[in-house]
Design a protein around this ligand. Structure first.
Ligand SMILES: [Zn+2]
Length: 222
């Protein structure tokens, strides 16, 4: 993994970082690279309340905020920003406001790498709108000043339309940290873990391959 000056991670929901990116984040942190995670919402409209449920609608934002902070701590992220947007509304936000929010982070932090969702290939409208705001903010910079943008995509047609991911990080060495980050989002992941426990214990090849390989598409600006 290339040594970066500063990595900026931008996602809309607590736990978006956990599955596809947390091994990469943990590796950058281990390399001594500052990592900022800007999380746009607290996922307060999520339907999972734990299984069996251990919270309710009123308390979900509080719980998810705590889980997010625990996940960030597990990954060693020193700079966690909770930007206070509302879950499930990113696609309806003023585009200029969204762009300016990301631009302000770029100006402040001067990242050499940004990680976000690939707009149009990330399944949830909040994901696509977040990725689109990042792309607009980076595109506004002069070409020579643009940080590299690595996008996560997981729509069914992403490989068909975008080709294979050009970046694959083998994060096996930090997969224990990744699992801790996923587990920290207990209200969202406990049930999934219950179903995976046996496979993890037996090092099921399919599960391990998915866990240990994080794939990104480098965004190509005109
Ligand atoms: Zn999400």
């Amino acid at each position: 993994m290339r040594k970066e000056r500063h990595v900026l991670v931008v996602f809309p929901h607590p736990d978006d970082e956990a599955f596809g990116v947390s091994g990469t984040i943990a590796t950058h942190v281990k390399n001594g690279t500052p990592v900022t995670y800007a999380c746009l919402t607290l996922g307060e409209m999520g339907r999972n309340m734990g299984n069996p449920p251990f919270t309710n609608r009123e308390n979900l934002p509080k719980i998810r905020k705590k889980e997010l902070m625990e996940a960030a701590q597990a990954l060693g992220i020193q700079d966690l920003r909770m930007l206070g947007f509302r879950d499930k509304t990113i696609e309806f936000e003023d585009e200029e406001k969204m762009t300016n929010t990301i631009t302000a982070l770029i100006v402040e932090l001067n990242p050499s790498l940004i990680i976000s969702f690939y707009p149009g290939y990330s399944v949830h409208p909040d994901h696509d709108a977040t990725g689109a705001a990042v792309v607009r903010a980076v595109a506004k910079l002069p070409a020579a000043a643009r940080p590299t943008l690595h996008c996560v995509a997981f729509s069914n047609d992403c490989v068909e339309k975008l080709g294979e991911a050009d970046i694959i990080h083998d994060i096996t060495q930090v997969n224990d940290i990744k699992l801790a980050a996923i587990k920290a989002h207990r209200s969202q992941t406990e049930q999934m873990f219950a179903g995976m426990e046996e496979k993890l214990k037996n090092q099921d090849p399919e599960v391990m391959a998915r866990l240990n390989n994080e794939r990104f598409w480098t965004y190509k600006f005109e």
